[in-house]
Design a protein around this ligand. Structure first.
Ligand code: UDP
Ligand code: MG
Length: 318
């Protein structure tokens, strides 16, 4: 039977937080009578998180677990959770108790009643380091809004709710968890909303992401924009620039040759800078073209990128 709700929680070394988190989610769901499953994805923890997950699954019938063989990252963990999730509404949440389970009912009704495809949390008041995280994050989200056109204040918030269809139609790979709303929009889901959520200071453990998140995030933003425009037709980009550069070079070379042979210019071709520039343009144009063909070959032959080895599972039959 399909549960009302799947709560998907990626975790990496969060043994202290898990019991409190799961008990709290259970309490909220019990109060609101949601049938549910809580999917814990252990992303290769080196502490006792998996043992804790097993205990929790014995204690609560709703708890399921997936354990990665090694640390793959938050995006693969979410992807594995999305693949396994059966609920009508899927809510993702960090494992470190920075997101409050008390937000679940409101998020749930924004999906089920108000009909949103995706609702992203907005940590309007944040309890993280102001200099290393809050300020850069504001700047970063501004750039994001400008480039993607999605008006969210806190795109990378771990607390989000989705209609089932949304998470089944997107593929979160690499570190693309920062851009799930962009992926959803690209997959054709238009009703993307935002809800101000409570944020709490990290109670146990340490943050798993450092300052590189902003650089990696920006590079991923460029990739995701590129992929959405040319991912399935790279030749349209490389071919266009290749033709343009090659033809410019070819035009100039032809003109120089005609000038020399027909119009009797006495200066040797090899003494003209324009000749070298024109040749270089032809070479670069050809390279663009070849890159385009190779990219097309790659696209045609690419298989499933998301093969993550899982070690064990709890809560599913077989
Ligand atoms: N996480 C994960 N795999 C990783 C890194 C992080 O599953 O490789 C989980 C982590 O356990 C937490 C969530 O992703 O549940 C968010 O991580 P964290 O709290 O460190 O990020 P921050 O709050 O600093 O943005
Ligand atoms: Mg955190």
């Amino acid at each position: 039977m399909q549960p009302d709700l799947s709560v998907v929680i990626p975790l990496y070394n969060e043994e202290e937080s898990l019991p409190e988190l799961v008990a709290w989610i259970e309490k909220v769901c019990e109060e609101h009578k949601y049938s549910r499953e809580i999917i814990l994805i252990d992303d290769g923890s080196t502490d006792n998180s998996w043992e804790v997950a097993i205990k929790l699954s014995e204690q609560f019938g709703s708890v399921k677990g997936i354990r990665f063989q090694r640390n793959y990252g938050k995006s693969p963990a979410l992807y594995a959770g999305f693949k396994a999730a059966a609920g009508k509404v899927v809510i993702t949440m960090d494992a470190d108790l920075q997101d409050s389970p008390d937000e679940i009912p409101e998020l749930y009704s924004m999906i089920m009643v108000d009909g949103f495809d995706l609702v992203s949390g907005w940590k309007k008041v944040r309890y993280d380091n102001a200099v290393t995280k809050n300020l850069p994050s504001k700047l970063y989200n501004g750039v994001n809004r400008w480039i993607t056109g999605i008006k969210l204040h806190d795109m990378n918030c771990g607390l989000k709710a989705y209609k089932r269809k949304v998470i089944k139609s997107i593929e979160v790979y690499g570190e693309m968890h920062r851009f799930i709303p962009v992926l959803a929009k690209q997959a054709g889901f238009k009703k993307i909303g935002e809800k101000v959520v409570q944020h709490r200071a990290r109670k146990y453990g340490v943050s798993k992401f450092g300052w590189e998140r902003f650089i990696n995030g920006f590079l991923d933003l460029l990739s995701i924009q590129f992929m959405s425009r040319f991912g399935k037709k790279p030749m349209h980009l490389f071919g266009m620039w290749g033709s343009f550069t090659f033809l410019t070079g070819f035009g100039f070379t032809s003109w120089l040759v005609i000038d020399k042979l027909m119009l009797g210019d006495r200066v040797s071709l090899t003494n003209k800078p324009a000749f070298y520039i024109a040749l270089t343009a032809m070479v670069i144009g050809t390279l663009f073209f070849l890159t385009g063909f190779i990219a097309e070959l790659v696209v045609r032959n690419a298989g499933d990128r998301n093969v993550y080895l899982t070690e064990e599972k709890i809560g599913w039959d077989s």
